[in-house]
Design a protein around this ligand. Structure first.
Ligand code: DON
Length: 317
């Protein structure tokens, strides 16, 4: 097997603390923008005066600013980690049950599922993540423990855990997810008990982590599959490139085109206001601001990543 070319960007000339400081100042001037995810009661009261940003270089150096150590609900960012676990368990067989196309529709949309016969468009929309959760249930002895173990090993933090209030709140208002899971089950593309699938999905969404932990948790996507926290080869370098490509085309749902245009980095968002992003071979990042735009992506998190890409010239294009 050949090794990929290094494709190194030289970041030693960048004044990263200064760049993060400038972004922080610009973001603070816009505090209050966007709306919190009010369809989940437990997230509806998070104040809009918090912003954090952290980046972890491939060598493991951390640069951070603002509320980068404040834990928040990671929500759909967890779909990157569960996809990795499912691919580790079943490999390419996953693609018989989940497609790899951008959906162009909201993350919780059901509309494509019927005419595509229960095969979700990609693993990052809710429908896809529910199938991924089903695959984890079928292939791990203790799925919830396996998920927590994976997150703790990737982030280097034993503090990572689920927030029962958020998980309960999601379940209580989870009519769409419940409908989606049952609909997929009707096509036979969910094999386990629907409630067990939903429990795992709500647990992964309810995990609380901070920006530094989240940036670390995807370091393997910036390091050719190698996690710079544990030193483990989490996935092959080829698989890391593929997960990055899915984040680019589907990680921010119906805003993925705009993200590619304005940021140019693979990214995955969550309705808790976090977004992780990857500069392949160079660094992984996380930004957090709880106010969301119409597509459910952090409005100032997106702005911060845009400014970061603009100031550093880092882009995959
Ligand atoms: O399924 C839901 O509604 C949430 N628990 C997760 C959604 C989410 O984070 C979508 N991301 N932007």
């Amino acid at each position: 097997m050949h090794e990929p070319i290094q494709n190194q960007f030289d970041i030693t000339e960048l004044d990263l603390p200064d760049i993060l400081g400038t972004i922080h100042e610009e973001v603070r001037a816009r505090f209050g923008e966007g709306k919190v995810a009010n369809y989940i009661d437990a997230l509806a009261h998070v104040p809009l005066d918090q912003f954090g940003m952290a980046l972890v270089t491939r060598e493991g150096h951390v640069f951070e600013v603002g509320d980068s150590r404040e834990a928040f609900s990671i929500q759909s960012i967890s779909k990157v980690h569960t996809l990795t676990m499912a691919l580790d368990a079943v490999g390419d067989a996953l693609w018989e049950r989940v497609d790899r196309e951008p959906s162009g529709d909201p993350f919780n949309s059901l509309i494509q599922l019927e005419y595509e016969k229960g095969i979700p468009r990609n693993p990052f929309i809710n429908a896809g993540a529910l199938v991924v959760a089903d695959v984890i249930l079928s292939n791990y002895d203790k799925p919830e423990e396996a998920l927590l173990k994976f997150m703790r090993a990737r982030s280097g933090s034993e503090d990572v855990g689920g927030d029962e209030v958020v998980a309960k709140s999601e379940r209580e208002s989870g009519y769409r997810n419940i409908a989606t899971a049952n609909f997929i089950r009707s096509y036979g593309n969910i094999k386990n008990d629907v409630d067990a699938v939903l429990d795992l999905y709500f647990l992964q969404c309810s995990l609380r982590m901070n920006c530094v932990e989240l940036a670390r948790s995807v370091s393997y996507l910036a390091g050719k599959g190698r996690c710079n926290v544990s030193g483990e080869q989490v996935v092959s370098w080829q698989l890391a490139t593929r997960i990055n490509s899915l984040m680019m085309t589907a990680g921010t749902y119906d805003a993925a085109g705009d993200f590619a245009f304005y940021v140019g980095l693979p990214a995955k968002s969550g309705v808790g206001g976090g977004i992780v992003a990857v500069v392949p071979h160079v660094m992984s990042l996380c930004v957090w601001y709880p106010g969301l735009d119409d597509q459910g992506n952090s409005i100032l998190g997106r702005f911060a990543l845009h400014r970061f890409a603009q100031m550093t010239g880092l882009s995959v294009f």
